[in-house]
Design a protein around this ligand. Sequence first.
Ligand code: GDG
Length: 475
Amino acid sequence: MSKTIFVSNRLPVTVSKNESGLDYKESIGGLATGLKNYHEQGDTIWAGWPGVSQDDLSEEELSSIASTLKSDYKCLSVPLTSDDVEEYYHGFCNETIWPLFHYFTSAVEYKNETWEAYKRVNRKFFEAVDPLIGEDDTIWIHDYQLMLLPQMIREKHPDVKIGFFLHIPFPSFEIYRQMIWRTEILEGLMGANLIGFHTYDYVRHFLSSVRRLLGHEHSLYKMQLESHIVQVDAFPMGIDYDYFANTPTRENASQETLDFIKSTKDVRNIISVDRLDYTKGIPDRIKAFKTFLANYPEYREKVRLNLIIAPSRVGIEKYDNLKREIEELVSEVNGEFGTFNWMPVWFFFRTVSQDDLIAFYRHSDVLLVTPLRDGMNLVAKEYVASRTDYKGMLVMSETAGAASELGEAVIVNTNDHEAIAAGIKMALEMPEDDKMDRNKNMHRRLSRYNVKFWAEEFLNTLHGSPEEKIHTEPL
Ligand code: GDG
């Protein structure tokens, strides 16, 4: 019987080791929640690194993790050493690919050792997955950590269906060509039968790099190679709309969050939610809020910015410096504009539960999402879906993938603080019926193109089924 194998760097469950033993927790993030239902119901196996280095574990712990993941979660553990994590994940993935693909070219580091580690770890994933592969199986590989894996699998299993989805932007050719190992990476990806991106811009950029670096022309998004046909297309990832729209706030949110919400009901609330990352544009967002308070003094004491930032890539210098920069900017705004009765910016450096997040979304008049670059940005979609009263308004930068789907939001240039300030004002003052109309349109789209639709559309296209994707946008 055929099965589907998902492969991603991290699993939908994260293992950690503490004094009382091994702990298993659901992973946070769009991919984990997105494919969860599929994985729970279908004939699937999910392969990935469980989140704890193998050198921190005894032989017994390693085999206990492998068997628990297999029996309780249908997952295959791909063990990585702390050197792998350091050189491949922190190194090549996060110091080379991540900044380059998000257009932060001056932050990119090119090191032969980390490239070697990237190849080595992609091979480890191959060796872990290889014994599972049957000739009728489908393999769906996710994201920038595993771009060499499709070709490794293709060489050994020429007839299996291999899909690849990139969750981050694919940059324009002028940016991508700066990558030293640009050809090897493209060749790795071209082992897939289907390569998916969030937007048509990324599809175009990818096809242009393939044409200029590998010489393959496409016809209607398809390229005929000697061994197989590669199809490339846009599959904008959706969210679990029903969950965000229908979860009752009061039953599931924590008392602390409900008390917080009660205490802020007399001011207009602006919220922003991100992982700590320099691509998310957090310093510019705080500066823009400062401009808002300077330009529109009538809003002082009447509005507050709740900045929720989830810790990410802790211990890495760039990220620690970013946190300090944010702290300084927050104190600067609070020092300059705060009064004895009012603090303009509230900064929370922690993760909150998904139900608390929904409570925050529902309570906020505006969600401010201003990434410098973002593959999609699911937070924007979750906010709109959670506000089933249609009374919130999204202010979003044009450089988030989600901006091409949520055109009814207030769209701004993230570098233009004056424009963001004016956008906040516009969102706060938008007439109710205008806001309702815009939100209803966005709700219709989000409920139809939800995460289930996304996964099914990708897999149907990969299988070349009758529901195969029909192009709606020209290249
Ligand atoms: C990558 C791409 C693309 C955040 N803080 C908390 C929390 N979250 C959840 C959000 C959302 C997810 O994490 C973040 O997703 P994003 O899409 O905003 O961003 P990335 O993590 O950078 O994801 C991105 C995505 O992949 C999917 O393809 O959209 O462009 O960079 O679901 O709700 N969840 C909880 N507590 C938090 O504190 N529970």
